[in-house]
Design a protein around this ligand. Structure first.
Ligand code: SPV
Ligand code: MG
Length: 545
């Protein structure tokens, strides 16, 4: 089914041979080519002036022909409509022309236009005395060489006559055009730089019936005020709008740059420019997204997984936990644990497991793996985690189910590179003396300086604030492992599971066990912005969180 689209060369040939007046729109890179196509144009003019301008060089063959080739390749890749490349003089003699035609065909370019001037050329609208014309015979040889080289019969070679530009007059223009027709040109581009169409109309009259076999292409940049119907009635075949995307782009770039420079702000420009999403659309990110779904199956395997520990009742909360575990009590109209679940979803993490225990039937969240700890009344956190051990692979986040924390904490944690990273709240100085928590000692205390060496965990101990004056902070109950960290953590867990007091052990015991094996545990410091829910007071604080 793939090749049902008409070849680009054939499309351009049909435009040249049609009885309608057709149009080519200038483009100078991939995105402008795409824009021309989306606007509805049936073909593109790969303008030498615009391509050189976009590269910041002059239209004097300062860009090498292979550099132009690279640009036109991007244009061709970005579009399905034909491109007629402005090939200047063919970048040398007949031999250079042969190579040019070969390379353009390989890149799916539909045709090339060469002008009868001397390499290196000067743009036609600059200095008349800088427009020496090529020898007619020599130029005919170039056309023939191009035609003999092409593999595709429909590839188009247009001969551009510069006699009017160089001031040699109509008769010279007609003489040259006819010689090029006889040499095999697929069309004549007749160029003029006066503000009226008179020279072109006079030529069309002289050219007469020859335009059926060898159609005429024009570039009305200078005689822009001529109604298009005048060209139509004169039997012009193709009209090129030669530089208008580039000129408009320059206007827009100058305006936006000046504003941003003067205002040192983006405030007044954002609404006047396309959204970044429009660039993504033009770049066809949609196609890549679909392809990723088809081909990039490994991506999912690497997506983080989450294990939420939620087996305990939270007996301190008495009647609030009569019919549900504490992770399901209502905070701000939502079950406590749902805030974590939503946070993970918002970070595109979809692989969630919850280890349940008390009142497991109260959990109703869809698309979650539930792992049940039957012995929840007589066991502790590590026993719950052990039941979920097959979920500890690659990037894994293990979290208490009863914590609330701000979104950015998870965003930052996901960016952490360590094998094992725990989140530690450094702002513990205002804890009341009887506050209990998992206080930690780290290799260095928190500071807000950038580029500081990362902090490492040295120990965790559950206790009261009054006994933890030396602590660097409090572990909030969130740990992330990567592929390596998951293996290390799992094997420590496995080892601990064989010890006699395993049923009493909690997550900090696992951390301390890892430390005893000299495993490095990174610390990601935060400054508050989290809480856990243990008491009635916590429940009401949670409503404000
Ligand atoms: C171009 O677009 O580069 C052309 C047309 O050759 S002109 O600039 O009018 O010479
Ligand atoms: Mg040009």
């Amino acid at each position: 089914m793939k090749n049902l689209i008409t070849k680009k060369s054939t499309q351009l040939r049909s435009m040249l041979m049609s009885n309608e007046l057709e149009f080519l729109m200038e483009a100078h890179n991939g995105i402008s080519a795409k824009i021309a196509e989306e606007a509805g144009f049936k073909g593109i003019w790969g303008s030498g002036l615009s391509i050189s301008a976009s590269l910041g060089v002059r239209d004097n063959n300062e860009a090498s022909w292979t550099q132009v080739l690279d640009v036109v390749e991007y244009m061709s890749d970005a579009t399905r409509i034909p491109i007629l490349l402005d090939g200047d003089t063919g970048y040398g003699n007949f031999n250079n022309m042969r190579r040019l035609v070969m390379k353009l065909e390989q890149r799916g370019v539909a045709g090339v236009c060469i002008e009868d001037k001397i390499f290196p050329k000067t743009n036609s609208f600059l200095r008349t005395d800088a427009q020496p014309l090529a020898d007619v015979e020599e130029f005919c040889g170039k056309i023939k060489a191009g035609q003999d080289t092409k593999l595709d019969d429909d590839f188009n070679i247009i001969a551009r006559v510069e006699a009017l530009i160089a001031g040699w007059g109509l008769q010279e223009a007609v003489k040259r055009a006819d010689a090029y027709r006889k040499a095999g040109a697929n069309g004549i581009l007749m160029h003029s730089k006066i503000s009226k169409p008179d020279e072109i109309l006079a030529f069309m009259k002289e050219w007469g019936e020859r335009s059926k076999e060898c159609p005429v292409v024009i570039v009305p940049t200078k005689y822009y005020s001529t109604p298009t119907n005048v060209f139509r009635e004169a039997d012009v075949s193709v009209c090129i709008w030669a530089n208008h995307q580039m000129r408009m782009a320059v206007t827009a770039m100058q305006n936006v740059t000046k504003t941003i420079f003067e205002e040192q702000s983006l405030m007044n420009v954002e609404d006047k420019i396309v959204a970044v999403s429009e660039l993504f659309r033009l770049q066809n990110d949609k196609e890549l997204e679909a392809a990723e779904k088809r081909y990039l199956t490994v991506a999912d395997a690497e997506a983080p997984r989450v294990i939420l520990l939620a087996a305990s009742r939270g007996a301190e909360l008495k009647e609030l936990t009569e019919d549900r575990p504490k992770v399901l009590i209502d905070i701000n109209g939502k079950p406590l644990i749902e805030q974590s679940i939503t946070n993970f979803y918002e970070h595109e993490i979809k692989d969630l497991s919850i280890v349940t225990g008390y009142k497991k039937e109260a959990f109703k969240f869809p698309n979650i793996k539930y792992i049940h700890n039957e012995k929840f009344e007589s066991t502790n956190e590590l026993a719950s985690l052990y039941l979920a051990k097959k979920e500890i692979v690659d990037t894994t986040i293990i979290s208490y189910g009863d914590i609330l924390y701000r979104k950015y904490i998870l965003t930052r944690l996901l960016e952490e590179k360590g094998d094992i990273t725990i989140v530690v709240d450094a702002s513990i100085e205002n804890r009341i003396p009887d506050y209990n928590g998992d206080f930690v000692l780290c290799s260095r205390k928190h500071s807000t300086k950038f580029a500081e060496a990362s902090a490492e965990l040295q120990g965790i101990k559950f206790g009261a604030a009054k006994d933890s004056k030396e602590a660097s902070g409090e572990w909030i109950g969130l740990v992330k492992t990567n592929k390596v960290g998951s293996v290390v953590l799992s094997s420590a867990l496995e080892e601990l599971s064989k010890t006699s007091d395993f049923s009493k052990l909690k997550l900090p015991d696992l951390m301390n066990n890892l430390l005893s094996k000299k495993v490095k545990i990174n610390v990601m410091y935060i400054d508050g912005h989290w809480m856990d829910v243990d008491s009635y007071a916590d429940v009401s604080r949670g409503q404000q969180f």
